[in-house]
Design a protein around this ligand. Sequence first.
Ligand SMILES: Nc1ncnc2c1ncn2[C@@H]1O[C@@H]2COP(=O)(O)O[C@H]2[C@H]1O
Length: 269
Amino acid sequence: MSVNTASQVALRILQVTDSHLYASQQGQLLGVNTQDSLKAVLVAFSQLQQEVDLMLVTGDISQDGSPESYQRFVDCTASFKMPQRWIAGNHDEYLLMQQLYKNNPCLNKAFVAHDWQVLMLNSNVPGKVYGELTDEELSYLKQQLDNPTAKYTMICLHHHTLSVGCVWLDNIGLRNADKFNQLIDQYDQVKLVLCGHIHQEFDRQDYHARYLGSPSTCVQFARQSSEFKLDNLAPGFRLINLMKNGDIVTSVHRAEQFNFQIDENASGY
Ligand SMILES: Nc1ncnc2c1ncn2[C@@H]1O[C@@H]2COP(=O)(O)O[C@H]2[C@H]1O
């Protein structure tokens, strides 16, 4: 068994996803105040006393697409000094995000840390719940993979690209996932595909890439459910260490101290 030491880590990441914030700080999703749950998740992260280099925010920052909801995310995370990188989810207003944060590196599409290249793809389709990578986005991906700036690649996008075993969710994943998966299968350097959207823990190895998904910072979806169903697991986050040798060390954590009562009869939102 290999032992990973700090000196072997290329990048330490905190993944925060699907916060679904509202303009109002009273905003609730299916009985959960989404600002309170995000704050509880951030407290749970702080209690671990783990240093990270980056906060990676994999979409659905906002539930209502309001400028105030993005400012709310900025305010909630202001005490954390690590850089942030964001992608848009289906509930986000991507154009608004680009306007609001046009001079902010949080929307940068690519960066390198030691031997890892990280690519941030936009799968948002305005007005739709499902995701899609435009031809332009797929060409960008291919161009980056043809001209790698580091030995290993991690790709982040909001929508999931493999079945997660929930029929209703798989119907609203990445619509052109086949194209995406066929493309990345040709590039051995792709070691990790990270998504949001699925509000549950997910971890699968497929060919050379590992596919990870994470709990939402608000409500959780029940695993292996064919229809929309909530789980009463606590909100959470994922830690990911990208190792210099290409390994990935990751763990999921939850804000177990957070008191909440989900609307168990909810059949959707
Ligand atoms: N009952 C349902 N059946 C299918 N989709 C739903 C249902 N309820 C909500 N949704 C959508 O499914 C999405 C899953 O994650 P989102 O948070 O993006 O937003 C959710 C809603 O837009």
